[in-house]
Design a protein around this ligand. Sequence first.
Ligand SMILES: [Mg+2]
Length: 189
Amino acid sequence: MKKRFGIDIDGTVTCPASIIPYINKDFKVNITLDDVKEYDLTHVVDRTEEEFADWFLKSEPMIYAESPLAKGAKEVLKKWETAHELFFISARGPHLLEITKEWFLKNALHFNHIDLLGTHNKIEAAKNYQVDIFFEDKHDNAVMLHEECHIPVILFDTPYNREPIPDGVIRVNTWSEASEWVDNWLKQQ
Ligand SMILES: [Mg+2]
């Protein structure tokens, strides 16, 4: 049965460490993903929130153009693209749509739709598009999407999302684990 998948982009389809080399270079620090214990990255650099936000705004296009894929993501997405609909729903700003589409093209990834919301609140989009399942790396998003939309949410484990999760949010370590869970879920539909 054909399903509509809602999929976050950054830290889910792209490697969660994509931004780290840029932070290390521009802020002259030497952090790894393990140092990132909160989703908001301001805590890893010695800057005010505003200074970091300014840097991020300037650096985003470059980071997104060059982001490596998360390990195993491509194989699984290629498998799904023929049988299901892939709706990518991201907090990136709408002005980044061209760069985002080019990245999908460059990585030979198919999409049915890309929506760049410019906000972390994905509930409305997930409801409007009537997605059947969601894939996320941001803890509060995952929990809210599950609770508000009553759909399963796959949460890709990272050092910054290790808070407790309710039933219905499924923590996975890899894309192949996600694929396995989805296969079982599809059988029960
Ligand atoms: Mg994300």
